[in-house]
Ligand binder design. Structure first.
Ligand code: AMP
Length: 217
């Protein structure tokens, strides 16, 4: 199986597809958003700085992202396929990742772009609920994705939470940042014959998953 880099608008389901890939195909998962949220939990001055950036919906500085992704890839068993979910967010990060891959001899990979219209993505983000204990995700606006008991995780019984950046103001900022930066990243992977583009609104999750699996097999 090929390694995967998800390049996705916010709330397009990259977390959901990553979970499916982990459960069904044994992928390792690097979510840069989760790594940053872990730094926030340390309550250090760096943690507080990162918390403010995350709340605003803006991007964390490249230098910190380079350090995080390098450390993570160095720790990982690269004989197993992996997903990078959340990086690159700009062309500078794409070039850095390419350099890291060269150093680590990673060349079996694909960039998968998940796209979605603003209004649909916004509704998904505003309804999103996640379990901080086991990582399960739900959505209170979509019948199929509601938890059985309101605000309680079906899997572990924990109380569910919304992300601090899933409000309309920071969502707008995140979406605009994505739109502003994504074109050169997509061009970069397209020119290297590494790109698959999917408009997630046209398919069900299972269909999207099949498209992904066919591409990475
Ligand atoms: P995500 O969980 O991928 O939606 O990321 C949540 C937030 O973390 C983003 O809105 C950014 O503030 C920050 N973030 C995640 N990945 C990156 C990255 N590669 N570069 C800069 N900021 C990032």
């Amino acid at each position: 199986m090929k390694n995967i880099i998800f390049i996705a608008a916010p709330a397009t389901g990259k977390g959901t597809f990553s979970n499916m890939l982990m459960e069904r195909y044994g992928y390792n998962h690097i979510s840069t958003g989760d790594l940053l949220r872990n730094i926030v939990k340390t309550n250090t001055s760096l943690g507080n700085e990162v918390a403010n950036v995350l709340k605003s919906g803006k991007l964390v500085e490249d230098e910190l992202m380079f350090k995080i992704i390098k450390e993570k890839l160095n720790q990982m068993d690269l004989t197993k396929p992996f997903i990078i979910d959340g990086l690159p967010r700009n062309i500078n990060q794409a070039l850095y990742l390419n350099k890291l891959f060269d150093e680590l001899n990673v060349n079996n990979y694909m960039a998968i772009n998940l796209d979605l219209e603003y209004e649909v993505a916004l509704k998904r983000a505003l309804g999103r609920l996640s379990c901080l204990n086991c990582g399960a995700t739900y959505n209170k606006f979509f019948e199929k994705f509601k938890p059985i008991k309101e605000n309680i995780c079906d899997k572990c019984g924990n109380v569910l939470d919304s992300r601090t950046d899933d409000n309309e103001e920071s969502f707008k900022e995140r979406f605009e940042t994505y739109q502003k930066n994504v074109k050169p990243i997509l061009d970069y992977y397209m020119n290297n014959n590494k790109l698959l583009k999917i408009n997630t609104h046209e398919f069900t999750n299972e269909e999207i998953f099949d498209i992904i699996i066919n591409a990475v097999k």
